[in-house]
Structure formats: C-alpha cells, structure tokens
Design a protein around this ligand. Sequence first.
Ligand code: ADP
Length: 478
Amino acid sequence: MKRPLSILFASSEARPLVKTGGLADVSGALPPALRDIGLDCRLLVPGYRSVLSGVANPREVARFSQLPGYGEVRLLEAAMPDSGITVYVLDYPWHYLREGGPYQDATGKDYPDSAWRFALLSRVAALLAGPNSPLDWPPDILHCHDWQTGLAPAYLRFNGGGAPSVMTIHNLAYQGIFPPDMVEPLGLPASSFSVEGVEYYGNFSFLKAGLFYADWITTVSPSYALEIQQDPMGMGMQGLLAQRNGQLTGILNGIDTADWNPSSDLHLPCEFSQKAPSGKKRCKQALQKELGLEPLADAPLFGIISRLTHQKGLDWTLLNARQIVEQGGQIVLLGTGDPALETAFRDLAASQPGKVAAVIGYDEGLSHRIEAASDFFLMPSRFEPCGLNQMYSQRYGALPIVHATGGLKDTVQDGETGFVFTEPSPFGLGQAIQRAFALYADKKAMRRMISAAMAKDYSWEGSAQAYRALYEILAAGR
Ligand code: ADP
C-alpha cells in the first residue's frame, strides 16, 4: 500500500495546548482535517508549561546534545488531547518552561532570548525534515508557520537539505527581527546576511529567512496574498513577495465547526440553529444579565472579541461607540492587549452603565456566548490576513461588520451575510453601522440575512484539499 503523504507542522502554538491567536486555531485544526483526507500530519511544538501538562503520557523519542549554543534537548512524542494527532514536544525547560505566555513574561514584557528559543524550534524542525533525523518518520514536507519557525527553511538549505518546505504567513506584522550579530551564533553562515538571504533593512528577520528560503509560501486568504505584494500591507517584504509570486498562494482558513456549533455548544445557555433560531434570543437575554446590560430584547447588540491592537481598528470602534448607544444599541467587548485600549474600553463601559460592557481578559466560554448573543459583530481591522471571528459570527447569526481587507473581504458578502465597508476610517465604519441599524429595523430582512450567514460552510475540508494539492506538487518535484 502507498505510504500516505507525511507532513511535519512546526508551530509555536497549537490549540488546545497553547493559544494566543488564530495561529493556534489553525495548527490545532488543520492537521486533523488533513488526516481526514488521508495525510499523515504531525506537529512539533515547544514544551511550554501548558504543553507539558496538557499532553498525556509523553515518551522520549530522541535527545539532541550537539546543538551549538544549547544544552541537552529532549524530544517527546505524545498525542494531541482532542484530535489524537501525533505531537512532538521540544522539551528544553531552560527556554520554554516559564510562568508567562509563549512570547512574553507575566508582566507582558518580551522574553529577551526569543531568538534562541525559536531558532531552536526551527533547528529541530529542519533536523526532523533532513537526512539525519533520529525518527523513523521522514516527512515529505516541512510546513512552517510564522516567524517563530522561519529559520527552518534556512537551516535546511545550509545543513544538507531535506524535505521541501512551505512557509505560511499568518500575520506579516510579526517578523521576528533581531540584531545582525545573531546570524552566526544561531548557526547560519555570515553570507546569508544579505538582501538575498535573511537581511531585512539592516536587521536579521526570521520571517524573511522563511520567505526567502522556503520552497513555497502560503498565506491565509487569497486577498491577503495579493495585498502583501504591495506597500503598505507588504510591510517591507513586498519586493520579495512580488518577486516570488509564482510560489505564493492564498488558502483561506477554515474554522473548527465542532467547537463552534451553536446547536451543540456547551458554553451556551441555550442552543439554536439556522432552522431553529429562536434560542438566540435567550442567549442574548442571558448575556445581558451576565454582564449587567439592560435587559432589552430589542436593543441591537454589537459584539467585539479581539486582541486589543492597532491592527484591529478598535480606535474606529471607540469613535462610533457613543453613536451606537445614542441610537439604542448596546456594546459588549471581550479583549486584552494594548493598555491604552484596555483603559479606553473600561472608561467607555464606566460612562455607559447598562449599555456597554467591557471584559478585559481572555475567556473562551464568554467568547462563544458573545457570538451567540450578538446581533452584529464589529471587526473593522485595518488589515486582516484571514480572521476567524467573522466566520464564527456568521455561523452564530451575529452579522459581521468588517473592513474590506484580506480574509474579511473574502468571507463576508456585503449586504448578504454582513456588512463590508471600503473606506478605512471611523466614518467608513460609521456608515456600515448605520446600514446595520436600518436592517435591524426591518425584521424580515434581518432574519433573511441571518439565515444566509448561518448557512455558510467554513469547514476545513476545502482548505485541506488545497494544501494537499500543494504538498503533492512539492513532493513530486523533490
Ligand atoms: P488574531 O489571530 O489576529 O488574533 P483571529 O480572528 O484570526 O485574530 O483569531 C483570534 C482568535 O482568538 C479567535 O479564535 C478569537 O475568538 C480568539 N480571541 C481573541 N481574543 C480573545 C479573548 N479575549 N478571549 C477569548 N478568545 C479570544
């Protein structure tokens, strides 16, 4: 029997073990979707505290004691908690077993040694995909995700080759920039520090390394794949990306449709579906009570779940908040991030009691309840490689109001399943909000749009097929 195509996913996050954003959702969900269509996909992740405590019965399968700059590193094998996908865990407590998150300490400060931490992840990924792998599982493809694994294609290039590599950009804003004098200590030749290599405007960029040396580049939506070949979305990488556009594909992310299913979601006080939508009203009532909002069934509820960063256009939302409230709407925000935005939303909620609720923090259950309760979902990102919440929103009948960019543009149909505005400004968003209020007043039209949004299919299967087609081409050309 033919051996299934084998793919090693190297990622710094994977749900449910460790998550700060959409990357974790993708690394958690795409491998099982690939398995469902016949591929053998395995993960490699760092052994953070939550990873080591989240996997059952890890067993040691290799030890590396010769990696320059590192002590003894153990490689453990375990199964992912939900999917059972094989996961290799890089056990190196010195770099990974910390109190804070994957990138920052408990006070929100970046770890000073992240270059070493993620160079190690990249190095081991390249090793497992190369001729000297200690495993009896040679992957056909090494699939790297974001800057944290960007050095892997470079290590493959300079350390004897191996499987073809794919570099996926989940967000070009994070480029893994370090000083040039790190190039050689991290095991790359001095000659690689050039425009034709890992240099990025005088610095050393892990992402640039991946984009330059990988055999193929993908990103998470077709629109973003086009946008990043130009200024300003290319964020300095546009020249290289335009030059490589023959090896650059946009493949839309899917969502975990089992986890995000309003008809079986255990986080919700009441289930509902496209065919039986009435439970959504009860979800709204329950959330209003939970967060101290006035119990008004007819007040249009605008939900926001977001990392609080400039990217997400939350400043535009703040400038429209008073207008929403004056027109009888309510707002609920769940998010964490930039302290100035956290304060602004806290202040807004304090000044509008019963009308605006701001929960500063990370709460998965609440994120589901907000999607279920909201009539509209605000996501006016300045740029958005793919975005997941606008897909969850449609599935939960919360009509998304989004800026026409990247994956938002590719997944929301203006006037059919939500609202898409083109002018990147508070005014552009305000106009879309007015259209939402007008729709809300027309109950029949509102019901129709909710039904259309809820009927959309965002399962991973389509994306998995697209990745398989790409892997097959690369493996055949080996
Ligand atoms: P990004 O990766 O840029 O943060 P995405 O929309 O692709 O944006 O993915 C964000 C993911 O993180 C979604 O699954 C979203 O529900 C989740 N999320 C973001 N902030 C929070 C929060 N404060 N609490 C719970 N989930 C959150």
